[in-house]
Design a protein around this ligand. Structure first.
Ligand code: 5GP
Ligand code: ZN
Length: 113
């Protein structure tokens, strides 16, 4: 499958990975938009949030969220951080393998652009 994040998962493309378990990995975003900016994603290929299965992926989705929360704390963001998941082209998604952005260590504003 021609998917950038699948290639990072299997090690064909290098990334600054700093957490990995049997289901998810986390690595620093190549184009950081904050002093802390990393991505948490499932190892299995799921293209967009629209493709999450209510039947099969509930536990995985929760695991991504609690991993993001733990890693944010470990990266010194316990006072506040932002998580973002862009869905599909209209939602600003550029890599079609779901991932949760975690951004921190700067003041966030709302609404996003
Ligand atoms: P999206 O726009 O799909 O929500 O987020 C994709 C993110 O992946 C972007 O923030 C982009 O900077 C990041 N990204 C794209 N290519 C690479 C890469 O090769 N390595 C890493 N570490 N991040 C990447
Ligand atoms: Zn993939």
């Amino acid at each position: 499958m021609d998917c950038l994040f699948c290639k990072i998962v299997c090690g064909d493309i290098p990334a600054r990975k700093f957490c990995e378990d049997d289901q998810v990995i986390a690595f620093h975003d190549i184009s950081a938009q904050a002093p802390v900016h990393f991505l948490v994603l499932p190892k299995k290929h799921i293209a967009t949030l629209n493709d999450l299965s209510e039947e099969n992926d509930k536990l995985l989705a929760g695991h991504i969220l609690v991993t993001a929360q733990r890693l944010a704390r470990e990266q010194g963001c316990q006072d506040g951080f932002r998580v973002v998941m862009n869905c599909n082209d209209l939602g600003g998604q550029t890599v079609h393998h779901i991932h949760m952005h975690v951004l921190g260590q700067r003041q966030m504003h709302w609404p996003p652009g």
